[in-house]
Design a protein around this ligand. Sequence first.
Ligand code: 5GP
Length: 211
Amino acid sequence: MSQPHRSGIPMVVCAPSGAGKTTLCKRLLEEFPRMVLSVSCTTRAPRPGETGGRDYEFIGKDEFMQRRNAGFFAEWAEVHGKFYGTPLEPTWKLLSSGQDVLFDIDVQGASQIRSSLPGARLIFILPPSLDALEHRLRARGTEEEKDLHIRLSAAAKELSQAHWFDSWIINEDIERAFRELCAAYIAATLTPARRPGFLADLLSRWAADAH
Ligand code: 5GP
């Protein structure tokens, strides 16, 4: 019997910059091959080690605005003075082919995905304290002092939106935070909606065995 179609799980992960989101998302993608990363477009410059098409599609502001006006994005936002957007078509293709999709986006984007993709799981990764956040951002050393201040002042604003997310993961210990992220994802895969036909199939086989 052919398996009924299971659509993919949209899983949105948000966190203030420096909370450890990138590391956690990377590990989640390595652990679960059914999950793929949604590759966003951005107007910010690539950081050392980043590759266009894998980490982001790096585009100019004019190109971004043209795409935005043409309805290219499932959601978009201005974050820390740069534009970011999730392409709509690849997202639909992935989800409808049954792939689970990880969206590493900010809270403005999460709010748009929440309205447009019912069934999305929304995870917020919190730092244990604002001091810890600042310490991690400085240790990362990827931002100039000016950008670092923009990101820190944005953090409190982002945290004030955490209340409407489905799960909170406090990243004090990375191993524990990773286990909790896996647990949140696994829980989403266990709902009846993600196992279409399973119960009907089980019951029909049971009935057949009884005869
Ligand atoms: P970064 O510049 O550090 O890679 O990302 C800055 C912030 O923008 C992060 O919170 C990241 O999750 C968010 N971001 C990345 N891609 C998108 C996107 O497509 N849409 C939105 N709304 N935010 C994004």
